[in-house]
Ligand binder design. Sequence first.
Ligand code: ADP
Ligand code: MG
Length: 151
Amino acid sequence: MDYVTQSDEATEAVGAQLFNALKGSGIVFLNGDLGAGKTTLCRGVLRALGYTGAVKSPTFTLVEPYELALGHVYHFDLYRLGHPDELNYLGVDEYFHDQAMCLVEWSQKGSGLLPKPDLEVTMMVTGDTERRLSVSAQTLKGQAALAGLRV
Ligand code: ADP
Ligand code: MG
């Protein structure tokens, strides 16, 4: 499933669609260079849950928990992770539970120690305000979500 967005809001809307297609829980890996719009997509997920506050990449803390009335979102940014083993100290297993929505920027830095994502989003900068997003499924749950996105 591919998208082309022309604004922050359009990328946020894709985030909201992914959240709805996954019925509020699942694991989403976000790939793409700095400035590709990974955090913007996460903001869209959080806006779909009614969160109006600031959403920034948790580059130094590695994870930002949002335990909202409408659902739990854990936003990871593993850019500064030195070694995947450091994830053990974060206690990631606690975050990756059935009811949570886990969004992971720079998932490749945690390779081998993260569960398989339901959806993987690859984002590319194709213009000043244009981004191309490609969404693929890695699990049955992800496939069901993708099928929901296609209709
Ligand atoms: P990342 O988390 O991938 O580093 P961010 O979401 O933090 O990226 O930043 C994306 C930047 O690109 C923001 O400054 C945003 O305003 C800008 N931008 C321009 N066009 C878009 C678009 N279509 N979708 C998402 N972000 C966009
Ligand atoms: Mg980011």
